[in-house]
Design a protein around this ligand. Structure first.
Ligand code: ADP
Ligand code: CDP
Ligand code: MG
Length: 208
């Protein structure tokens, strides 16, 4: 236990030295976060860290938290931030990059407050993919990635958690003027055109 704490303090200190730039990518399940992050990485050289992907990898690795994480994902519940933040910090340090898209995090107030308290990192902005529930449901039911949570029963639970716990986080950042909202109901290419505007430096926009 002591060793783990020391190791985590080291990670936190090394990360703080790098002063990383972070963009939180939020939106309901199936809104297109992962799809658009892949496009952003190609054009703008960020490292994409999906909290959900990191948690699924942790299950596969056979870690002691694996069963707990698996059960929570099956129920659409949010894993305690201590677990998710450690995975994010480790991935940030290992990437060697200093620009990150953090996808699917923070998903509730506990995630948000703990990340801020532990890392002292304030996001540059929050990219919010706004999409109607019917469209998200259609996308999730045809995602075909073999995910245990892409069934209608769990999808309904995830929508409820999004409305009750994740939307308030988006509103928190909106009140700080930090939300860049994108209409995510359009085709992938059109959504990316809107995303590009957000990531293109202002001087270039004027020149273009
Ligand atoms: N704009 C879009 N229009 C139609 N389908 C989309 C769009 N964006 C993503 N998809 C598809 O919807 C599913 C969910 O997208 P994904 O990027 O995994 O969303 P999220 O990470 O927000 O859950 C995937 O099968 C993806 O190919
Ligand atoms: N910050 C996070 C992100 C995801 N998760 C869990 O992982 C699941 C899948 O998250 P995801 O981001 O991969 O899902 P999508 O929104 O991409 O469909 C969530 O429903 C939660 O159970 C979490 O507990 N905490
Ligand atoms: Mg995703």
């Amino acid at each position: 236990m002591g060793t783990v704490d020391v190791a985590n303090k080291d990670i936190t200190a090394s990360l703080a030295d790098k002063k990383p730039k972070v963009v939180f990518v939020l939106g309901g399940p199936g809104s297109g976060k992962g799809t658009q992050c892949a496009n952003i990485v190609e054009h703008f050289h960020y490292t994409h860290l999906s909290a959900g992907d990191l948690l699924r990898a942790e299950i596969k690795s056979g870690s002691e938290n694996g069963t707990m994480i698996q059960n929570m994902i099956k129920e659409g519940k949010i894993v305690p931030s201590e677990v998710t933040i450690k995975l994010l910090q480790k991935a940030m340090l290992e990437s060697g990059n200093d620009k990150f898209l953090i996808d699917g995090f923070p998903r509730n107030e506990e995630n948000r407050a703990a990340f801020e308290a532990v890392t002292k990192i304030e996001p540059e902005f929050v990219l919010f993919f706004n999409c109607p529930e019917e469209e998200m449901e259609r996308r999730l039911l045809s995602r075909n990635q073999g995910r245990e949570d892409d069934n209608i029963e769990t999808i309904r639970k995830r929508f409820k958690v999004f409305l009750e716990s994740s939307l308030p986080v988006i509103e928190y950042y909106r009140a700080k003027g930090k939300v860049q909202e994108i209409d995510a109901a359009k085709p992938v290419g059109e959504v990316f055109e809107a995303v590009k505007v957000v990531f293109t430096p202002k001087a270039e926009k004027v020149a273009a």
